[in-house]
Ligand binder design. Structure first.
Ligand code: PRP
Length: 192
């Protein structure tokens, strides 16, 4: 795999586009409007999960007509690169106190659900006024624990996807669409 070739054309590595740039724009706009309506008059804190959620969060807040605060948390799960163990450690905690605030966790993808399961428990203990989740992508049939989403963007098949914040080996996050990788990109790694 030539992962570090800087002149790589990212879109050349894509097998199929699963969610197009146009579909993403429309859906983010709908979500922004819906969330703005639901939280009007409330102190809303959007909590982005680093790193993947930063692209979606950046687009989402610009589709929201209400005042919001943003904060970020970075976590790392123990396990291999492709599987989540459910054992999680906080790499960067929130900067602000969320007590009495309406918190909406903003996530790029719900896969096994183990990350969000941990975060819900952790953030609930800080006594927010409410705690809900918005995940842009939901992977079909992968959840190992039930996670209740207040908002979601798209459901995708149970396959490895990149783009719009989602990475493979820290690449492809900046693709403006969501797609699958050509087999040749990862076949030497044998992790997917
Ligand atoms: C990905 C994704 C979610 C999590 C979902 O993060 O951004 O946070 O996995 O998986 P789960 O539902 O199985 O827990 P990753 O650990 O790859 O880090 P990243 O956001 O920095 O890419």
């Amino acid at each position: 795999m030539e992962a570090n070739v800087t002149d790589r054309v990212l879109s050349d590595d894509i097998e199929d586009v699963i969610v197009s740039e146009e579909q993403i724009k429309l859906r983010v706009r709908e979500l922004g409007r819906q969330i703005s309506e639901d939280y009007r008059g409330k102190d809303l804190m959007l909590v982005g999960i680093l790193r993947g959620a930063f692209v979606f969060l950046a687009d989402l807040i610009r589709e929201m007509g209400i005042s919001v605060e943003t904060d970020f948390i970075a976590i790392s799960s123990y396990g291999s690169a492709s599987t989540t163990s459910g054992v999680v450690r906080i790499l960067k905690d929130l900067d602000d106190d969320i007590a009495d605030k309406h918190v909406l966790i903003v996530e790029d993808i719900l896969d096994t659900g183990l990350t969000l399961n941990y975060l819900i428990k952790n953030l609930s203990s800080r006594r927010p006024a409410s705690l809900e989740i918005c995940s842009f992508i939901v992977k079909e049939g992968k959840q190992r624990v039930p996670i209740r989403l207040k908002y979601s963007g798209f459901t995708v098949p149970n396959t490895f996807v990149v783009g719009y914040g989602l990475d493979y080996a820290q690449m492809y996050r900046n693709l403006p669409f969501i797609g699958t990788l050509k087999r040749s990109v990862y076949e030497d790694d044998a992790i997917l």
